[in-house]
Design a protein. Structure first.
Length: 322
């Protein structure tokens, strides 16, 4: 009896369990059906690779500000180490301009000749690289030596002895500079010159019409211009080591005025007892003629005497004056 009850109780329990399971199944089916009706079915299903799915990103939360609690002690920072001051740099110096290439001076001598009244030639010589130098001037047989000034310049008036008016300048290095101042239309006056070198000294005197030799109005270095218009010019620098000197006499412009040039040679300790050498230059009608001059001087017992050479326009004669 008890067994049956137990079995019956068991059957009832099982029945109840089965009934409960059937009821649970019904409820589950009902929920599923309801869910299927409520949830729309996707139109398209995409396959994705297997693997862990990323969790959905949480919605951003409002920023939280956390204030650190102040402590009673403030941490001490290490002392600052100051960097040394930067040196004050001076402004860059302005670049110096490159020195200009030195230009060699133009040492070319320049000789200028100009025909001036009374048949004169004005000479201007500029040789900047030859200051103080000795130069030799040549013109129509006349030869004299002059000295350039501190700037290498020389200016003088030269009596023209021919129509060509050519003048050459010889420098110490043997170079020559030449120029001309032609006087073809200028009637040249009659002229007479004597020239010499170094100690072979001569003096020129002119005795014009109506005069006698030795008169105070003779044309000489003491009275270089006469009342009649005759004049005497001395050329050359006597202070040079080898002087080359000359004296030129010009006749008066009036052709009726006669003149007799005279050469004097003084007997000195330097000239006595030897021959003096020189040259004469005569200019007539624009033509120059050069003649050698040799004078045999008396012995030194005649110191102070003067030898006089006259008639130089024609034949030369020699006379002595005590």
């Amino acid at each position: 009896m008890d067994m049956k009850r137990s079995l019956l109780r068991a059957g009832l329990v099982l029945a109840v369990a089965l009934g409960a399971g059937h009821l649970m199944q019904k409820l589950a089916d009902s929920r599923t059906h309801t869910a299927e009706l409520a949830t729309p079915q996707p139109k398209k299903i995409e396959k994705v690779s297997a693997g862990p799915q990323a969790a959905p990103a949480p919605s951003p939360a409002a920023p939280q500000v956390a204030l650190a609690a102040l402590t009673a002690e403030t941490p001490k920072l290490p002392p600052l180490t100051l960097l040394p001051r930067l040196p004050v740099l001076a402004p860059p110096a302005a670049a110096k301009p490159a020195p200009e290439a030195s230009v060699a001076p133009d040492c070319t001598p320049r000789l200028s000749l100009t025909a001036t009244p009374r048949a004169m030639i004005t000479l201007a010589l500029n040789a900047p690289c030859a200051p103080g130098q000795r130069v030799v001037l040549r013109h129509a047989g006349l030869v004299v030596a002059e000295r350039l000034d501190a700037k290498g310049q020389l200016s003088l008036d030269l009596p023209a002895l021919d129509d060509a008016g050519q003048v050459s300048v010889l420098f110490s290095d043997a170079s020559i500079t030449t120029a001309s101042a032609a006087l073809p239309d200028t009637p040249l006056p009659r002229r007479f010159a004597v020239q010499w070198m170094a100690d072979d000294s001569f003096q020129l005197r002119a005795v014009e019409a109506g005069q006698h030799y030795g008169d105070p109005d003779n044309v000489s270095t003491e009275a270089p211009v006469s009342a009649r218009g005759g004049y005497l010019i001395s050329l050359g620098d006597p202070t040079l080591d080898l002087p080359m000197l000359a004296q030129i006499y010009t006749w008066p412009a009036d052709a009726k005025t006669t003149a007799d040039p005279v050469i004097e040679a003084a007997v000195t300790e330097v000239t006595c007892g030897r021959d003096l050498l020189g040259e004469t230059v005569q200019s007539r009608d624009g033509k120059a003629t050069v003649t050698e001059l040799t004078v045999a001087m008396p012995g030194c017992d005649a110191l102070g005497d003067i030898l006089v050479l006259n008639n130089l326009a024609g034949n030369v004669t020699l006379a002595a004056q005590n």
